[in-house]
Design a protein around this ligand. Structure first.
Ligand SMILES: Nc1nc2c(ncn2[C@@H]2O[C@H](COP(=O)(O)OP(=O)(O)OP(=O)(O)O)[C@@H](O)[C@H]2O)c(=O)[nH]1
Ligand SMILES: [Mg+2]
Length: 217
């Protein structure tokens, strides 16, 4: 077993923040929703995706990053995002909102279809620079998250864990979940060794994530 140490991503310096801000101040638009690999837009620019369990806050995070309240559709109903949604950012990036996994109430056939598409996407997209795997800070890494982490590992896609909804936790609780997540990540060499703490609701960690996306080449 590898013995990486995982750290909480530091806040960017004012200059770094500014670069991230400028990137995300660029025009953002919904491009298309994709249900099959042959519907993917051309792989002609840098791409990052947001993966995670249903209801973890993927669409909310895209809205917080872009500063647009309803660019990506959010909902209290798990399983809201059912297609792979492509958003353009400043003509240089795609932001990709993935359907949530681990939604027990969806029909089996639908779940299998999503899983196949998700696998094909994660293992076959040349321009995918980083997958952000969102983990609800109240729950930590669950067995269903392990599946996606293993898939990313096998596909050699660098992934970075983003803890969501940290506004719901107390300081001590946050430390516990950081330890749990770090331990779970030990066995995944494709894991980027920094964890990002966020709250889309309070804007926590948003400049940090903008900066990280801005530094990918
Ligand atoms: N308190 C709090 N609630 C949040 C935060 N981010 C998202 N939520 C809530 O969590 C619920 C799910 O958010 P979504 O962004 O739709 O989640 P998703 O991961 O896109 O869900 P699916 O598309 O169904 O997989 C919504 O009710 C959001 O308002 C946050 O930072 N803090
Ligand atoms: Mg969604």
């Amino acid at each position: 077993m590898t013995n990486f140490t995982f750290q909480v991503a530091e806040d960017p310096t004012p200059e770094e923040s500014e670069k991230g801000r400028v990137l995300f101040a660029g025009e953002t638009d919904f491009l298309k929703g994709v249900v099959a690999m042959d519907g993917m837009p051309p792989a002609d620019r840098l791409e990052v995706c947001f993966a995670g369990r249903s209801n973890v806050g993927k669409s909310s995070l895209i809205n917080a990053l872009t500063g647009r309240k309803s660019l990506a559709r959010t909902s209290n109903t798990p399983g809201r995002t059912q297609e792979i949604n492509f958003f353009t950012l400043a003509e240089s990036h795609y932001l990709v909102d993935l359907p949530g996994y681990g939604f027990a109430e969806a029909p089996v056939a639908i779940v299998q279809k999503w899983q196949r598409l998700l696998k094909a996407y994660l293992s076959g997209r040349q321009t995918l620079r980083r997958a952000f795997v969102l983990i609800d800070s109240r729950h930590g890494v669950k067995p269903v998250d392990e599946e996606i982490l293993s898939l990313l590992n096998k596909s050699a896609v660098t992934f970075q864990v983003v803890l969501t909804k940290t506004d719901k936790l107390k300081k001590g609780e946050l430390d516990k979940v950081i330890t749990q997540v770090s331990t779970a990540l030990q066995k995944h060499p494709a894991a980027f060794p920094e964890i990002v703490l966020t709250s889309s609701e309070k804007g926590i960690g948003i400049p940090t994530l903008r900066h990280i996306i801005g530094t990918l080449v």
